[in-house]
Ligand binder design. Sequence first.
Ligand SMILES: CC(C)(COP(=O)(O)OP(=O)(O)OC[C@H]1O[C@@H](n2cnc3c(N)ncnc32)[C@H](O)[C@@H]1OP(=O)(O)O)[C@@H](O)C(=O)NCCC(=O)NCCS
Length: 346
Amino acid sequence: MPTITIEPIDIRQADETTYAALNDHRNRFRQERDAQLPPIPLAEAIGDWHNTPAFVLMNHWVVWDSEHKTIAAAADAMRFPANAENPHLLQFMITVDPPYRRQGIGTALLRHIVALAQAENRSLLVSGSFSGIPAAASFLYRLGAKPALETTINQLDLDHLDKSLVQKWQAIGEKVGQRYDLSFWDGRYPEEDLNGLAHLYEVMNQAPRGAIESEDIHITPERLRQIEATELSGGTERWTVYVRERQTGELVGFSETFWRPFNPTMLLQGNSGVQPAHRGQGLGKWMKAMMLARVMRERPQVNYVRTGNANTNAPMLAINHALGFRPHLSQTVWQMDLAKLIPQIS
Ligand SMILES: CC(C)(COP(=O)(O)OP(=O)(O)OC[C@H]1O[C@@H](n2cnc3c(N)ncnc32)[C@H](O)[C@@H]1OP(=O)(O)O)[C@@H](O)C(=O)NCCC(=O)NCCS
């Protein structure tokens, strides 16, 4: 292995040179994962890093090249504080630039992650691999990790969208409109709905987690504001479509999309959820159709919509496939017991 120095950095307040080199490193990996994606501008990346939510603990490490010009490898570890959810769990990601692979750098970074997990008494590590980068699955498999959840990035080409289906789903409003009101929030959530939305957001815990040994994540109004600050940093525009039961005033469904000025032809579809008591009436389809119709009207530059789904999320996939979403990339979530991992890297 080459002589390397692994340097810890504080991602919330690193210096400009480190941010620039790390963003370049991340963008090289982004291109490798998906050549269709444009690089993230530095200002946008710094905005994201400065706004890393305070309710998660983050550690980062970087490996500079011998001339200290580029970052050749990086790693991060994310977890909740020990007194919060999932105190047993730590999620990590390691990226090594292709010319530096198979020299033990990934393993060296993993040793730092493992030391952190040991110091905090975490017992389970979770990471991910991507189709198109077989090295990642090989690396994790060799460590004894097990695939725990298969997911797909599905993509809709708006030229292939079935517009008559969108109209049909928009018309669901004629049936349910007496009971429910549908509307949009652009940008920040209004203060008066924050509690209701935090409660509704918990429905995302019902999305399939496969074999991942994790517990529900609780969404408080404070956490929602922290997530929002990250999402909206750097000029990202978020539209949230929501459904409210008129009689009770309760928020019962939502679906959100993100549009980033540096990638104007692509819209990202984020979370969507409907409260169990209000399912089976077409609220999910109604929200999706109203959002897509608005996007086509007000964002004519968008050609593609992307979303990530667990492969077992039948209700969400049924809606997405009907609209014309097709698999674009696949991702696997892997998990490994720390106790079994330690002998592999010692
Ligand atoms: C996965 C990744 C981090 C591995 O980094 P690395 O520095 O090459 O890893 P190491 O040199 O420490 O490899 C350790 C072992 O993993 C296995 N491995 C790694 N890459 C492999 C490949 N392309 N094919 C087969 N086995 C591989 C080997 O057993 C290797 O040991 P060996 O070289 O002695 O045979 C790197 O390929 C990468 O950055 N990929 C893109 C980022 C990514 O997808 N990360 C997700 C995983 S956290």
